[in-house]
Every structure is written in structure tokens, then in C-alpha cells.
Unconditional design. Structure first.
Length: 133
């Protein structure tokens, strides 16, 4: 009977380690892909007086960011702290309206806010003593 409990305990510990590792890997993947897109948009010369042709180049990047977050947000919100995922969601939800109303200075600041939120999300999900305790 004791050996059966030990086996179950070992299996549960291994399962927990796999789940924690996979959540950290998913968070890292989402963060790096979305951060790359955000930095690409930030690198463009975003200001309120840019021509429409330049503004149109930003739109597909913003759509990619929104689509990627809509895909992964339900997964990340199951194991991440609610307030961390909410910071990213809030920043992502601001992108389309800011682009539609041509508030590019505010869009630029929101992209920086998104970058910070993604960095902080990964930091809170990375395995460390503080996060485990």
C-alpha cells in the first residue's frame, strides 16, 4: 500500500512539473512573439502627423498583436494572475480604437505599455523561489 502512494506522489509531482514548465514556455512564446510585433510597430515613426500611407503599414502589425492575444489570452488567464493578464488585455484593447481615431502618439505610448505588461507577465510566470512561494 505504501509503494502505491509513493508512485502516485511521484506521478503527481512529475505532472505538476510538466504543467508548470509548459505554462512558462507558452508565456515565453507569447511574450516574445507579441513583443517582437510591438517593437516593430514602435520602431516605425509613429506620430500624429504621419501620412495615411505610413499609418496603413502599422495596421497589419496591430491586427497581428490583437489576434495573437485573443488566441492565447484564454490559455494564459487559466494559470496566470488575473491582474497581470488584464494589463496586457487592457493595452491590446486600446490599440484598434487609437489607430482608428489616428491618435498615434497615444498608440505609441500604449505599445510601450504593452511591452512592459508582457515583460512583467513573463517575469511573474518564470520559475523562481519568489513565484513558487
Amino acid at each position: 500500500m505504501k509503494k502505491g502512494r509513493e508512485k502516485i506522489t511521484i506521478i503527481l509531482c512529475l505532472l505538476l512539473a510538466v504543467l508548470c514548465s509548459s505554462s512558462a514556455l507558452v508565456t515565453r512564446h507569447v511574450k516574445s512573439s507579441m513583443l517582437q510585433l510591438a517593437e516593430q510597430a514602435i520602431a516605425m515613426d509613429i506620430r500624429d502627423d504621419i501620412p495615411d500611407s505610413e499609418a496603413e503599414k502599422i495596421k497589419p502589425i496591430l491586427q497581428s498583436i490583437v489576434t495573437r492575444w485573443e488566441t492565447y489570452e484564454p490559455i494564459i488567464s487559466t494559470y496566470s494572475r488575473h491582474d497581470e493578464a488584464e494589463r496586457v488585455t487592457s493595452a491590446v484593447q486600446k490599440l484598434r480604437p487609437l489607430w482608428d481615431t489616428r491618435q498615434f502618439t497615444e498608440l505609441h505610448m500604449t505599445l510601450h505599455e504593452l511591452s512592459d505588461a508582457l515583460e512583467h507577465l513573463q517575469k511573474t510566470e518564470s520559475p523562481s523561489i519568489a513565484n513558487i512561494l
